[in-house]
Every structure is written in C-alpha cells, then in structure tokens.
Design a protein around this ligand. Structure first.
Ligand code: MGD
Ligand code: SF4
Length: 768
C-alpha cells in the first residue's frame, strides 16, 4: 500500500529559501499604465497615519480568486503594496460588496508560507526534499519529461488537473494544443456534473456558473441541501437577504438546521439520501391537487402524462416512510410552492455529487420547477446567456475540450467524446454521450495505477489540492508513486507538493493577467484581471508558464503572442474593445441577455428534440437507464456509525484558505456537529476532542465536538478542507479533521460520471 499522508505519516517540506520580496519596485510600472490614482494627504499631528494617507493609491481591476464565484474587485495599492481589495460597483456579481474571504484576499497574497521559487525534487516522492532552481532549468527539465512521455506512450498519457480561475492556460489551452483529452476539473465530476447533465437532458441547456434564480421577483425559494450563508457566495447572499426581507417564503430541506434553515418558514430535516422520494411526492401533490401550471405545461413541457402516471402512486404517505418528513408537511410545502408560482423555484445548488444517483435527483428538482412554470418566467428561473467574445485565433486544436467545470460556457461543449491524436478516447471510462463535457477527474486515477485502458504516466496539477479534493486518498498516493513525471503549479506548500517532481510557484491573482472571463448571466458580462503588483518572490503567472512550457514541447504555433496584453487585446477586438477601453469602463463589459420566454418570440429557448422541457428522456431509455427519476435507497450507516456529511464555512473555500492568516484567525479548525442525544450516549460534550474512523479503518482528527440539537441523530457534519498535513502550512497543518481522508469510497453516478461522496460512515474514537 502507498504511503498515506495521514496522521502518522505526515509529509514535510524542506525547502531552502533564497528569494526575497520585490514588492517595492512596482508603483512606477503601474503609473505608466495610466490607471486611476489617489492622492497623498497630510498627517494630522499625533494621529497614526492610516495606509490610505501614506502614499500614492493606485487601483486595478480584477476578479476575486478566493472562491470560484469570482466577484469583480478593485485592488488598491499604496506604493506598490496591496492594501485593500473591495467590490467593484460596476460588476454584476459583486455590486460593490465582498464576502469575508474576498476581504481576506490581501492576507492570502502576503501569506509568508507561499511557495517562492521553482523547485526540482531531490529526495523520494513524499519526502518534500527539493532544490531551488532557475525557471530556465525547471522549464527545460519539465519539457524533457513531458516529451519523453508523449514519445513513448502518446499525448493522452499526460493528465492535466486544473481548478481556480487561472486553470484555463493549462487545463484548456495547453491540454487541447498538446492533444490530451485527459484534462479535468474537480468542479465537474466532484461538484456540478449531475446538475449540468440533468439540465442538458431535460432542456438542452446549461445551468451555467451562476444559478439563474430570478431573485428580483421571487416569492418562494426552496433549497435542497444548499446552505446559503455558510456557502457564502456574495451575490447569492445579497439576493437571498433582499428576497427574505421582502417576505419571500423559504423552504429548506436539510438534515441539519443550517444558517439558512434558521431563516426558513419550513425546515424539513430529511433523512440523508432520500431527497428524490420527497421530490417525487411533491410532484404527486402538485399534479393530484391540480396545483401545477397547466397552461405552461401544455406549451412547454413534454412527457407530462408519463410523469403524472409515474408519480401517481408516490404519495406523501409513501415518502414519509422513506424521508421521515410527515406527509402533511410534504403536502403543505407543495401548496406553498404552488401558491407562489411561477415566482417559485428550487435553486439548482452546487456540489450536488452526493449518493451516485444525483443526476436523477436533479431531474426530479427540474421537474418541480417545470410544473411550477418557473423556467423563463419573471421571479422564477431566467435563461442564462453567455457573453459574446471570440476565442483567440489559434490554429485548430489537436483535441476538443472536455474538462468541464463551473466556468464551462454553454454552447462550448461537444456531444462527441474527444479523441487524442493517437485516436484514443478519454481514459475515464466515459463511453456515452451523457458524459460529454465533464471528464471525471477521479476516474483518471486508476489508469495511473493499472495502465488500463492505457497508461497515464504524467500529471500536471494547476490549482488542484490533490489530496484534499479527490476521494480515496491512499489510491491517489499510490497513483502518484507510479507516475513518470508530476508537475505541481500552486501558490502554497499544500500536502501534494511534497510528492511533485517539479514545482512551479504561481503569482497570485493580484500579481498577474489572466484569461478574460465571459460570464453566462442574466446580463452577460466580461470581466478582466490585471496585475496590481509585480509577482512576489520568484513566482510567475500561469499564462507565462504555459507558454514557456508549450514552446519547449513544440507548440510554438499556439503561442504566437508574446505578452498577455497582446493576447487579451486580440480577443477583446472581437467585441470592439481593448484592455484600455475596459479600464475606462470600470473593468467590465456588460451585454444584454434573453432571460425570459418572451425574449425568444415564436422560437423555443429549449434545445431538446421536442423543443420543450422533457420529463421523460428518450435518450436515457435507449441507454437502458430510467427515463424518469426513480428513488433508489442508499446504504444505511452500520451500527455505531454515523453518515459523514460535510459542507462549507463562510470564511473558507474548499481546502485553500485554511492557512490564510486573517481567515485562519476567524475559524482556525473545524468542529464535528453531533446530535446532543448521541453525544450524551457517547459520553462526550462540546469542546471534547475525538478522532474519527470510517468504515474502512481510515482515521482523521482530532476534531472538537459540537454537541447540538441542530443535526439529526444518524449523521455528523464537518466543514470541508481541514485536517491538512503539511509542515509548510504554519497555520493549517494538523488543524481539525479531513472529510476527504475519511472518504475512502465514492459511488459513481452512471449518467454524469459524478462521484457521490456521502456514502461514507464514521465512528468516534476517544483515544488514539
Ligand atoms: P482547493 O482545496 O481550494 O480546491 O477542489 P480543489 O480545486 O482542489 O484547492 C485549491 C488549490 O489551488 C490549493 O492547492 C491552492 O493552494 C491552490 N491555489 C490557490 N490559488 C492559486 C493560484 O492563484 N494559482 C495556482 N496555481 N494555485 C492556486 C475543490 C473541489 O473539491 C470542488 S470544486 C468541490 S465542489 C468538491 N468539494 C469537496 C467537498 O466538499 N468535500 C470533499 N471531501 N471533497 C471535495 N472535493 C471537491
Ligand atoms: Fe471572493 Fe467572496 Fe465573491 Fe467568492 S463570494 S469571489 S470569495 S468575494
């Protein structure tokens, strides 16, 4: 078995540093770009001089990289030091406001634990022994390794995993030019793929990055496991607060009394894994009591009779026995939703990979929205439209894109599975068109170990926290040991860095240009990122690394541009703009959308075969799968175990921010939510520290107990992203427990390729 970066096998980084801070040299450079500047002010006698009165304030345009939501921001520097990041009022997502993590961006940039220099491994994989090298040496070395893999096994044998807002350069541009279809993002198969696949099957459309709830006129919001407030997306919190203050009804379905459940009219503490039964029973009530929007259904919905027949026996009483929600509550909440239609919707949610039956659950969600007549109606769900922006005019790519993810733009996906130049398809086992657009990252691990269906011998990770995002960490470690080459591009010495052969330290989002972001939205818009300061230490932007590596592996034709400005200006020309013009219009280009049915005239917005929302899927039937959602029971916790649930915290994103000084101060370690009665039975109280052991014997901890009435007795809950083990992370190392390390199993969704991770169980261990 592979070395596991677990409690007893902590990996350490041992890096000799010779780099130094170069922040001071930038003000002149930026002034030359003609950006807005503030003015010096006088010191008042006796007063401490605040930063904004100490020098020249310069402002640059950016989008926040502290989570994938990417609110537009203004970055203020004083004499070349970033002092404040605030919301850009012109940006449709931030609207001049930020969440706590966005405010913490400055602290992330100046985290003293950052990676500072390119490095090549000197010890064994996992030892964390490196020597610092020049960029020239790191790039030449990496290119030689990648070329050797290509020449021996073919380009498909290089896998590229990417996340965060800069991943485009590696996971999309470099991967497609190089010719590997094995490029993947955790934001697809570990997050959104069931949601997107279900919507595509039913409507032919993409949900898109921003859940298109038409908040302005919304009168009833239903949340299935979406914990707004703890999942702290800035715009959603603003929208929710406004709707709630206006008196919109709120129904929350969650095994835990979440922050948003505290604001709800109805909290349904559902038995985990049974949501599809509830959704089918809601459909039963809407149809049985004639509460659905018959006119809308007649015009826009196909397969209604099939669906009505399908749910006719699935009564609230049937669902009560499964969900543990009283039948009367199921009826009442269905009526509340219907009273407010079409200004009533279930929000699609994010991170919907739960039980491996997730595409069918999402189809059941969309069926309710269709019965409420919500799609394309004011106050219901609007239609997203992508911002128009042409691609950079590069030569044809060697392979079509397949990485998927929250930033995938509708219309860019292809129904064809991409083939590499050697004629090999993706190695994740995807063989049906249902898996289009979302390479399953976790499914690329096995080919690294077994060599089947063909060997994957090289791995590049860009902004992916390898041992804190993919379930079954021991398997990932084993796979990494089998690789011929592993290049990690990151900003911090995360656990997986100790296993890399080469490390490219990246400049953070305020130190670099990045690809333009064309956002699918009600008012589609284009957002820009430009550097506020020069890269600290010996770090470089992702675009520069991808280009330098690309040129060294013979992809010169794709990298004809010399600078990021040149690349970006070329793209902006397609919308009659430029970086300079964007700066003059507050860093954003806003376009008009087509949010409602009436914007399409006689045409249908739905791109299914029937040009309607399809409740019955012919495609699924032909593939031998259920054409309508069916409730499938999930495995029960064994005696003495609890189902492991996990979620977000308002000041943290995934496993990325736990080391950020300001954010670590606010929430330094996670807690284990445990039902009070079960805590009494276990003999533990709030504040006690316990270890957790899962059904396969994997352990993580110690973690502080939070004994509470706010969670069901059959489940425990913790915030994702803690329990990291890397000595280089001075604040995050060893804090709390890791949900990922306790997820040795996942259940694959046969339709979307998503990895359901809530199929793991833990018990408490008081002494270790
Ligand atoms: P993070 O843990 O935030 O997310 O999985 P990841 O994408 O792995 O790790 C981000 C990495 O990017 C870190 O290593 C960070 O140091 C690095 N980074 C930060 N800024 C930059 C930068 O500017 N440049 C570069 N090159 N690197 C940077 C998220 C994924 O995890 C997702 S999307 C979901 S929804 C799933 N959530 C989830 C869960 O809730 N629980 C469990 N157990 N697993 C999960 N996996 C999935
Ligand atoms: Fe940044 Fe918060 Fe917006 Fe995410 S929601 S992009 S962390 S401000």
């Amino acid at each position: 078995m592979a070395v596991q970066p677990g409690p007893n096998g902590r990996v350490k980084l041992n890096i000799t540093r010779r780099s130094f801070l170069k922040a001071g040299a930038t003000a002149g450079t930026l002034a030359a770009l003609g950006r807005p500047t503030g003015s010096l002010a006088q010191k008042r006698p006796g007063a401490e001089i605040p930063w904004y009165r100490t020098g020249t304030i310069e402002t640059t345009y950016n989008n926040c990289d502290m989570c994938p939501w990417r609110c537009g921001v203004l970055v203020h520097t004083v004499d070349g030091v970033v002092r404040k990041i605030e919301g850009n009022p012109a940006d449709p997502k931030s609207r001049g406001m930020l969440c706590a993590r966005g405010q913490g961006g400055v602290s992330f940039v100046y985290d003293p634990d950052r990676l500072q220099s390119p490095m090549i491994r000197t010890g064994e994989r996992g030892d964390g022994q490196f020597r610092e090298v020049t960029w020239e040496e790191a790039l030449d070395y990496s290119a030689a390794k990648i070329l050797a893999i290509r020449d021996t096994y073919g380009p498909e044998s290089l896998a590229i995993f990417g996340h965060t807002s800069g991943d485009f350069w590696f996971t999309d541009y470099f991967a497609q030019a190089f010719g590997t279809p094995n490029a993947a993002k955790p934001s697809s198969s570990l997050c959104l793929s069931p949601r997107e696949e279900a919507f595509k099957l039913m409507t032919g459309l993409a949900v898109g990055g921003h859940e298109p709830v038409d908040w302005d006129g919304l009168q009833c919001l239903t949340l299935i496991g979406s914990h707004i407030g703890e999942d702290a997306r800035n715009t959603v919190m603003q929208d929710f607060s406004n709707a709630w203050a206006r008196g919109a009804r709120v129904v929350v379905v969650d095994p835990r009394f979440s922050s948003v459940a505290a604001k709800a009219d109805y909290w349904l503490p559902i038995k985990p894994g049974t949501d599809t039964a509830l959704l089918l029973a809601w459909a039963n009530v809407l149809i049985d009591e004639d509460l659905y929007d018959a006119g809308y259904v007649a015009d826009w919905v196909a397969g209604f009779d099939d669906y009505a027949g399908h749910v006719s026996e699935l009564t609230p009483e049937w669902a009560e026995a499964i969900t543990e929600i009283p039948a009367e509550t199921i009826r009442t909440t269905a009526r509340v939703m219907a009273e407010n239609r079409p200004r009533s919707a279930i929000m699609p949610g994010r991170h919907v990979t739960w039980y491996g039956t997730d595409t069918q659950r999402m189809r059941a969600v969309y069926a309710i929205n269709a019965l409420l007549g919500a799609y394309g109606r004011q106050g219901g769900m609007y239609f997203n439209k992508s911002a128009y922006l042409e691609a950079y005019p590069h030569p044809p790519f060697a392979v079509a894109g397949s990485s998927g993810g929250c930033s995938a733009e509708p219309g860019e996906e292809s129904d064809e599975l991409p083939l590499g130049p050697s004629g090999k398809a993706r190695a994740d086992g995807a063989r049906t068109s249902f898996l289009r657009g979302a390479t399953a990252m976790q499914e690329l691990i096995d080919p690294m170990i077994s060599g089947e269906p063909y060997p994957i011998k090289g791995l590049v990770t860009y902004g992916v926290n390898l041992f804190n995002s993919i379930p079954n960490v021991p398997r990932t470690v084993e796979a990494v040991k089998e690789l011929d080459f592993f290049l990690a591009v990151d900003v911090l010495p995360m656990e997986h860095i100790a296993w890399a052969d080469v490390v490219f330290p990246e400049a953070t989002f305020v130190e670099r240009y990045d690809e333009l972001w064309a956002v699918p939205y009600k008012t589609p818009f284009i957002s820009m990122r430009e550097p506020a300061i020069e890269p600290l230490y010996d770090t470089r932007p992702g675009w520069w690394m991808a280009r330098e590596l690309g040129i060294r592996v013979g992809l010169d034709n794709y990298f004809q541009w010399e600078t990021a400005e040149e690349y970006l200006d070329k793209r902006l020309l397609s919308v009659g703009s430029s970086l300079e013009k964007m700066r003059a219009q507050n860093g954003v280009i806003v376009q008009s959308g087509k949010p409602y049915l009436e914007d399409f005239g006689e045409a249908s917005p739905f791109t299914t075969t029937s040009a309607r929302i399809e409740l019955y899927s012919e495609d699924l039937a032909q593939a031998g799968l259920d054409p309508m959602p069916v409730y499938e029971p999930t495995e029960e916790p064994p005696a003495g175990f609890y189902r492991l649930l996990y979620g977000r915290h308002p000041v943290h994103t995934f496993a990325k921010t736990q080391n950020t000084p300001l954010l670590s101060d606010l929430y330094p370690e996670n807690e284990l939510w445990l039902n009070q009665r079960r805590a009494d039975e276990e003999g533990v109280t709030s504040g006690d520290r316990v270890w957790l052991e899962n059904q396969d014997g994997a352990r993580s901890g110690p973690i502080k107990v939070k004994a509470t009435q706010r969670i069901r007795p059959d489940a425990v809950f913790m915030v994702h992203g803690f329990g990291q083990q890397s000595a280089g992370l001075s604040r995050a190392d060893g804090k709390g427990a890791s949900d990922t390390k306790l997820q040795t199993r996942y259940k694959l969704d046969p339709i979307s390729g998503g990895a359901g991770m809530r199929v793991n169980f833990v018990k408490l261990v008081k002494e270790v």
